[in-house]
Design a protein around this ligand. Structure first.
Ligand code: KG4
Ligand code: ZN
Length: 362
């Protein structure tokens, strides 16, 4: 034990993630080694309602988090007093959950006299690629992040810690939200993305000529609500009962193909915008639950190849909501002396651009 402690370069950071429906904690040291990580999905709690219910999420975080934090510290073999800091996602996200995680982090920081970090959840996704060992040769700034999850869909120029520029994003639904809504129309459970992908594998993607919203438009904004409506119009005449398996599979495949086409087109525009900002830029990082989709990954891979970019996707457990990314973002911030005040109030809305300014003013 003593030797293990000695071997640690610098004390680790505890990270907490409660911004949506994952209760997660992780202990990560300053070299990016994950000493322990736990993620508890609340999928079961919300599936009944076909989506995340904020009040249920907040109560579930409150129920799970204290034991989980104790557990993750024990697994890491770290005492609270040995930590270099405590971090929690402080936004954007559902306010109830953000309060639960932030109060827990602040309580530990206050009791132990440790630095506290109010981590922007989007920045945590953005900096994940810099975890040592994840991207061959590291992920030096700047790089392009394409974040596609249930709540977010945006392209970001990641130019430094606290230095991010949103190049574009969805004007209506997030990509995962579109998958979930179409899955619902097809009678699949929630969250629908993985089930829709499985169904699409048996379908004919050429059966339905669905729209490709935003395709070819300047910039890298996205839109998915028209696509969802187009699917609804195909489903409606097929009757109110369960769809025939082949009909559902063809719709799923056609929808997935349309999303993949749009994603690839938008990513190409984003890469060009990125290169215009910095000719040296050549890395595309994809993250968020939708990045687990093989058809979308393949389309993005091809787009990256065409633009001379290298595409990397962190492993799915680091791509979806997790606390390793929160702890790692805090490690990056700690190295720069960017510590937050305990008075920091969680922010349901917290755009990436506000980061530098919010750090500068207490
Ligand atoms: O990043 P994530 O786990 O959580 C947040 O939304 O923050 O993303 C979940 C979203 C859901 O909308 C889910 O349906 C979608 O990602 N998703 C997928 C796949 N796996 C998860 N969408 C398409 N294909 C998948 N294989
Ligand atoms: Zn997220």
């Amino acid at each position: 034990m003593g030797n293990r402690r000695m071997a640690r370069a610098v004390a680790p950071v505890l990270g907490i993630e409660t911004s949506c429906d994952e209760t997660a904690s992780a202990v990560v040291d300053s070299d990016g080694r994950v000493l322990a990580e736990l993620v508890l999905s609340q999928e079961r709690e919300h599936a009944l309602f076909g989506g995340v219910v904020p009040e249920i999420a907040a109560r579930a975080h409150l129920r799970y988090l204290p034991n989980q934090v104790r557990d993750v510290m024990a697994r890491a073999g770290v005492r609270f007093g040995d930590l270099a800091g405590v971090a929690a996602s402080a936004g954007p996200g559902l306010i109830g959950g953000l309060i639960v995680g932030s109060q827990m982090a602040k309580g530990i920081a206050l009791a132990q006299g440790l630095p506290y970090f109010a981590i922007n959840h989007l920045e945590a996704h953005a900096l994940t690629a810099r975890l040592p060992g994840l991207v061959e040769g590291g992920a030096p700034f700047p790089y392009l992040l394409l974040l596609m999850s249930g709540g977010h869909c945006l392209c970001v120029a990641v130019e430094g810690v606290g230095r991010h520029v949103r190049l574009g994003g969805t004007v209506d639904d997030a990509a995962g939200e579109a998958f979930d809504k179409v899955a619902k129309l097809l009678g699949l459970g929630w969250p629908g993305g993985p089930a829709l992908e499985r169904l699409a594998a048996q379908g004919n993607p050429a059966r339905h000529a669905l729209p490709r919203p935003m395709l070819g438009r300047p910039g890298c904004d996205f839109s998915f609500s028209g696509l969802k409506t187009a699917v609804a119009q195909i489903v409606a005449p097929l009757g109110s009962g369960a769809l025939a398996e082949t009909d559902a599979a063809d719709i799923a495949a056609s929808f997935q193909r349309a999303v993949a086409d749009v994603m690839a087109d938008r990513a190409i525009h984003a890469m060009q915008m990125m290169r215009a900002r910095d000719p040296k830029a050549g890395l595309l990082v994809v993250a968020g639950g939708v990045a687990a989709n093989a058809a979308i990954r393949a389309a993005l891979q091809q787009a990256a190849g065409a633009e001379g970019f290298r595409m990397v996707a962190p492993p799915v457990r680091l791509c979806t909501d997790n606390a390793v990314m929160v702890a790692w973002a805090a490690v990056e911030r700690l190295k720069l002396g960017l510590i937050d005040d305990l008075a920091f109030a969680p922010r349901p809305r917290w755009p990436l651009e506000a980061l530098v300014a919010s750090d500068a003013s207490p």
